[in-house]
Design a protein around this ligand. Structure first.
Ligand SMILES: [Cu+2]
Length: 275
C-alpha cells in the first residue's frame, strides 16, 4: 500500500539521519484548519506554513521519555516566532496512535525563537500521528501534521462503530446525540453530561481551555483532523453542543474534552458516517 510505503520511507529517513548523527528534522505538511474551526480565518499564506518536527531520540521507544520539538516556517521560509494565543495556549498538540486507540492533548512550552518543546511518553510502539494546531500572529490557524514511527510493536485495535453512545468516565455519564450523520452535512453533536451518582445533569461544568469544551475528530485512516468548538462558547450548561461536518463517508473517532471539579474529562466515540 502506498501509505505504508510512505511511512517506511519516513522511518528510513529518520534512521539515515541518525546514522549521520544529524538532528532528525521532519518536515510535516500543514493544512488550514477545517471549516469547522470557529476562529478560522483563511488568509494568504497560511497554507504555505511548513511544520518542522524534531524527535529525541529519533526513533522513540514506548514508555520512555521522548522530546518533541516543533517549529514552523512561514511562506518566506523564515521561522515563525510570533504566535497568537488560541484557547489559552500558543500551541495545541494532539498525539494519536495510528489505530486511534491512544489520544493525548498536550501543550508544548514555547522556548522562544520559534521553538516549542515538550517531553512525553508513548504507550506502545508503531505508528503515531502528531497534529500541531497554532496561529501565527496576524494569520489564520493552521494544523501541521506528522506521521512518526516508534520502535516496538504497534497496537492495532480495529475501529468499530459504537453501539451505545453512553459512556462512563467514572464520575460522569456522557451521552452523545446528533441530529444526522451524513458526509458533507453539518451536524449538531451534543454531549449530555450527567453526574454518575445522582444521574442528574452536571450543571457544574467548568470552562476547558477557555471554552465549554473541545472536540477533536479524526478519520479512521487518521488522515482527516477536525477541531470543533462549542456553539455556545461560554455555556456552563450540562450539554455542550458542537457543529461538525464530516468530510467523507467512513469511520471517525470523536473525542470530547470538558472540565469539572478542576479535572479534565475526556470521552471518545467511534461513529460511522454514511453517504
Ligand atoms: Cu490544547
Amino acid at each position: 500500500m502506498k501509505r505504508n510505503a510512505a511511512i517506511v520511507g519516513l522511518a528510513v529517513l529518520v534512521l539515515s539521519l541518525s546514522a549521520c548523527s544529524r538532528a532528525a528534522s521532519i518536515k510535516g505538511d500543514s493544512a488550514p484548519v477545517s471549516g469547522n474551526h470557529e476562529h478560522e480565518r483563511h488568509e494568504m499564506g497560511s497554507s504555505e506554513i511548513q511544520g518542522m518536527w524534531r524527535l529525541n531520540p529519533e526513533l522513540p521507544t514506548p514508555k520512555s521519555n521522548t522530546r518533541i520539538q516543533f517549529m514552523a516556517h512561514g511562506p518566506d521560509g523564515k521561522l515563525v516566532t510570533e504566535f497568537a494565543v488560541m484557547h489559552e495556549k500558543l500551541l495545541h498538540l494532539i498525539v494519536v496512535s495510528k489505530d486511534l486507540s491512544y489520544f493525548n492533548h498536550i501543550h508544548p512550552d514555547y522556548d522562544g525563537e520559534g521553538v516549542f518543546t515538550i517531553d512525553t511518553t508513548f504507550p506502545f510502539g508503531g505508528e503515531y500521528r502528531l497534529f500541531a494546531e497554532f496561529q501565527p500572529e496576524g494569520g489564520g490557524s493552521v494544523v501541521s501534521r506528522q506521521a512518526i514511527l516508534l520502535s516496538g510493536k504497534a497496537e492495532s485495535k480495529p475501529l468499530i462503530p459504537d453501539t451505545t453512545l453512553t459512556k462512563s468516565t467514572g464520575q460522569e455519564i456522557v451521552t452523545l446525540t446528533y441530529d444526522r450523520l451524513a458526509a458533507g452535512e453539518e451536524t449538531n453533536l451534543t454531549f449530555h453530561i450527567a453526574d454518575a451518582k445522582t444521574k442528574k445533569p452536571a450543571t457544574d461544568l467548568e470552562p476547558y481551555l477557555g471554552a465549554a469544551g473541545h472536540v477533536v475528530i479524526i478519520s479512521g485512516d487518521s488522515e482527516q483532523y477536525i477541531h470543533v468548538h462549542p456553539i455556545d462558547a461560554k455555556g456552563a450548561d450540562s450539554a455542550p453542543a458542537f457543529h461538525a461536518t464530516f468530510p467523507a463517508p467512513g469511520i471517525y473517532k470523536v473525542w470530547g474534552q470538558f472540565a469539572r471539579e478542576g479535572r479534565p474529562i475526556t470521552v471518545s466515540y467511534t461513529l460511522q458516517v454514511r453517504m
